[in-house]
Every structure is written in structure tokens, then in C-alpha cells.
Design a protein around this ligand. Sequence first.
Ligand code: ZN
Length: 225
Amino acid sequence: IITQCTSPGQIALTYDDGPESFTSELLDKLDTLGVKATFFVSGNNVGKGEIDGCGNSWAAIVKRTYDSGHQIAHHTWTHQDLEAANSTIRKTEMIYNEMAFRNIFGWFPTYMRPPFLSCGSNCMSLMSQLGYHIISTNLDTKDYENDSPTLIQVSKNRYSSGVSNTSTSNSYIVLNHDTHEQTVTTLTDYMVQTAKDRGYKLVTVGECLGDPKENWYRSAGSGGA
Ligand code: ZN
């Protein structure tokens, strides 16, 4: 389970649980800031409907995320606890989301983050079988607890005290959620500025691990003989 970059001086901002209503605004912001991030996409959580379904804009937003140069990763189909789930659900949580990515892109990711960061022996053995890098975090802003104009300062403080001034010997994979307004309107600017002020380069998780882009996804193939 991976919690930091392979080389120091890098920060990978990650956003879980989307696409959701604030994701497009976040993409605008990251474009303006010139920053590439990593999105751990859930396919059908919080009642939003299937990302590859008709009648919603999720597929277009996920495509835009990819086209903008961000990394797309897997965060399960309905956001269940993979370690606690039975083996059938554990597998469908992975496969259904792979099918949705296949329908949108023709490929699916090689990187995943387990919901609730819950991945013990049950989850790890399936991820190894399915060929996933399991991404955790070494800096959780807990933005989901602080989604108000005043409380978001708590997440800023967590980030500020979590990121060392010594960029030459530290790196971070930062956990956020694009499902929260303050994360998009306030926290992201702060994280980017603080990273730059302290001499860090902002990268995707794949870059942070020194893994070439062609390894981040795999073809869904032709559907078999
Ligand atoms: Zn999540």
C-alpha cells in the first residue's frame, strides 16, 4: 500500500468520490493554476447515477478530467468497504467500475484507492489478482469534516503542518474529495500556493511514483472471442 512518492520534493493532490456537482469547477481551477491532479472516481455512489449512464453529465466530466491531463483512478463502484464486504461484492465493486471506464474510454485504470482506506488481506489479495496499485495517503486534510467557510481553516492547518518546509527530503500524497464545495473554492488554492512556496512540484500519483503514463491504464480489449 503506497503512501508517498518515490522521489522527494513532490506533492500529488488527489480527489476522491467524484465526479460530483463541484468537479467541473475544480477542473476550471486546476486549469487556471496549471496543476495536474489525480481523481479517484466512484462509478455510482451517493445516488448520483452511473457515470456511464444516459441522462447525466458524469461521463463528459470524467472525459474532460482525462483530456485535461489529470490521472484517472479507481475508487470502486458504490464506495463500499472492500475489506468488510463479502467476496462477491468485493469483486463486483471493482469489475462494475472497470466496465464503466471501458464504456467511457475503452480502458480502465491500474491505480485504485480503497474507500475508507480499508484494505486488509481480503482486499489486498483481490487487488493483487486484478493488478492494481493500492494508493493510500500520508496527508489527509479531512476536508469532509470541514466543509464550511470557517471550518475549512482546520483542513488548511492540517495541510500546512503536514507539509514539511524541507522539500528536499519529503513527498506527499494528499487526500481530498471533489464532492465538497470548500475543497474546490478555497482549499485547493491554498494547497497549491503552499506547495509552491515550500519548493514542491505538483504531480499526479503516477508521476509521483515514477511510473510512465502508458502504465496508468490498460486496454479493455475486444471483449473476448
Ligand atoms: Zn471515498
